[in-house]
Each structure stands twice: as structure tokens, then as C-alpha cells.
Ligand binder design. Structure first.
Ligand code: ADP
Ligand code: MG
Length: 276
């Protein structure tokens, strides 16, 4: 729910799902359906007005702003439609930003940032500023930055949305490849049917509700519960841990949980048994 000038706008309702480690999930739906809002909640950029978001078993919705920032820095990568590089920093310096927060030492950070930029094909452009790079190149820097800390989960909001077809395809390829190489859980919003088709699972939002979910591993992934919310209920929704909220029927509408590849235990077990 967004609130401004006393007006309340409920953006998401009855959202409930679990994402398993290593999944590649595409979130699709018309403009204004709440995709960016949902991604921001899952990544801990925003906080739900009601409900919970669990990431790797940790309740993001219960954390303070500072706790969420620290948690994000350690666990989450984010790629934006508009690249969001820091204009006063070179490509190399942009990739160094998240690394420096970790304190592994200057030399190790430099080596890692350079290797990542080489991996995305920009080994010759280390000292270029964003304004000296094309959109496709800027987004490749942003990919290098997003993967710098080996995040457990990478979120991408229309990562190819501002690129022409050719550059968009190149960025999409890189994103999918890097995701596979590093076994990152990948959750991306896209309008590109070709990119969505590469995901193992597609969640469709319309008007702030999940209208379809092709399901997760084993076909027993929790369905989004689509009943009307209790009166007064607003966006977000309660979240159960990955291994409980999965059961159909008694799953609380409005649960969302993301598991990373690093903690397979909880998320991998639960749903199958009871839900079939
Ligand atoms: P999508 O990414 O699917 O296009 P968004 O999540 O950006 O959708 O937006 C969903 C709805 O929430 C829209 O009606 C939008 O106008 C509204 N909205 C998004 N951000 C804000 C905000 N910061 N304040 C108020 N309303 C917002
Ligand atoms: Mg959006």
C-alpha cells in the first residue's frame, strides 16, 4: 500500500508464493500491475504495509531500514531497467562499490571487479564513465556490479527494457549465463516474451494479484491464493516460512518467500508431501 497526501493505494493483494533455491522466475504482467512493487518488497528495498517477506528464512519485513540495507548488501543483487550506475564513477569504480562494503582488501576487490568486467565483455572499458558507454554497455556494467558480491538472489526489473533488440538479447544472454555459472536464484520482471520463456517458472500479475503461476520444482509449488482478502487487508500479506506456507488451502493469502541457493534445507523439503 502506498500512502501519500492521506490517500491510500493498495497495490498488491493476496500475494503468496515461495521461490526455491536456484529457481529462475519471470514475473510478467501489464504495466501498473505491481511488478516493480513486488520485486522491491522481495528484495527488501521496500517494506510491505502488511504481511511478511522471507528471504532465505530471514524476515525482511521485520528488519529496520539499516538491517535491510546490510542484509541486501550481503545477499541480494539488483539490476534496474535504467542501469542506475553512478555517473561520476568509472565502470571499474561502479563495480567496486558493493565490493568495498565487504572489506576484502583493495587488491582482491580490484582483481574481482576487473575479472567481472572482462566476463561481460568490457575489459577494454574499465576507465570509461557511464556517459561514455552505450546503454547495452552500461547494463553490462550493472550486471557485473550486481554479481560482484555473489548474491544468493539476483533481482532484475526489466533489465532489457531500455535496450534495442540486439543489445537486449546480449544482456539477456549474459544474465542467464551468469546466473547459471554462479547458481544464483534469479527473479526478473520482463515484458520480453523470449526472455520470460527462458525462465523455469512464470508468475503473472494483473491488478496487483497473481493470476497465474506455472509453479515451481516438483509441481507442488504453492499456488498463489486467489480468494478475496479479509476486509481491511491490504498489500503484501503474511508470509509463512518456505516449508510451511506451501500447503494449499491453509496457506495464508499474501505470503511470499524466496530461498537462495545457499540454504537448500528448508525450502526444498516441505511442500511436496501434503500438498498433492
Ligand atoms: P509495474 O511495475 O507492474 O508497472 P508498479 O509496481 O510500478 O507496476 O506500480 C503498481 C501501482 O502502484 C501503479 O498503480 C503505480 O502507479 C503505483 N505506485 C508505484 N509506486 C508508487 C509510489 N511510490 N507511490 C504511489 N503509488 C505508486
Ligand atoms: Mg515496473
Amino acid at each position: 500500500m502506498y500512502e501519500s497526501a492521506g490517500r491510500r493505494l493498495v497495490v498488491l493483494r493476496d500475494i503468496g508464493f515461495t521461490i526455491e533455491p536456484d529457481e529462475f522466475v519471470a514475473i510478467v504482467g501489464p504495466s501498473g500491475s505491481g511488478k516493480t512493487t513486488l520485486l522491491g518488497l522481495l528484495a527488501g528495498l521496500d517494506r510491505p504495509s502488511s504481511g511478511r517477506v522471507l528471504l532465505d528464512g530471514r524476515d525482511l519485513s521485520a528488519m529496520s531500514e539499516d538491517e535491510r540495507a546490510a542484509f541486501r548488501a550481503a545477499n541480494v543483487g539488483f539490476v534496474f531497467q535504467t542501469f542506475q550506475l553512478i555517473p561520476t564513477l568509472t565502470a571499474l569504480e561502479n563495480v567496486l562499490v558493493p565490493l568495498e562494503l565487504k572489506g576484502n582488501g583493495r587488491r582482491a576487490d580490484m582483481d574481482r571487479a576487473r575479472a567481472l568486467l572482462e566476463r561481460v565483455g568490457l575489459g577494454e572499458r574499465l576507465d570509461h564513465y557511464p556517459a561514455q558507454l552505450s546503454g547495452g554497455e552500461q547494463q553490462r556494467v550493472a550486471l557485473a556490479r550486481a554479481f560482484a558480491n555473489e548474491p544468493a538472489v539476483l533481482f532484475a526489473d526489466e533489465p532489457t527494457g531500455n535496450l534495442d533488440a540486439e543489445n537486449g538479447a546480449a544482456v539477456a544472454d549474459l544474465l542467464v549465463e551468469l546466473n547459471r555459472e554462479r547458481r544464483t536464484t534469479l527473479v526478473l520482471v520482463t515484458h520480453d516474451p523470449k526472455l520470460a520463456a527462458r525462465a523455469g517458472r512464470v508468475i503473472r500479475l494483473e491488478g496487483g494479484r497473481i493470476v497465474s503461476d506455472t509453479g515451481g520444482a516438483g509441481g507442488a509449488a504453492p499456488r498463489a491464493t486467489a480468494e478475496a482478502a479479509p476486509a481491511g487487508r491490504s498489500a503484501g500479506g503474511a508470509v509463512a516460512p518456505a516449508n510451511r506456507g506451501a500447503a494449499r488451502g491453509d496457506g495464508t493469502p499474501g505470503d511470499a518467500s524466496v530461498a537462495s541457493g545457499t540454504r537448500p534445507s528448508d525450502a526444498a523439503s516441505g511442500p511436496e508431501g501434503g500438498a498433492a
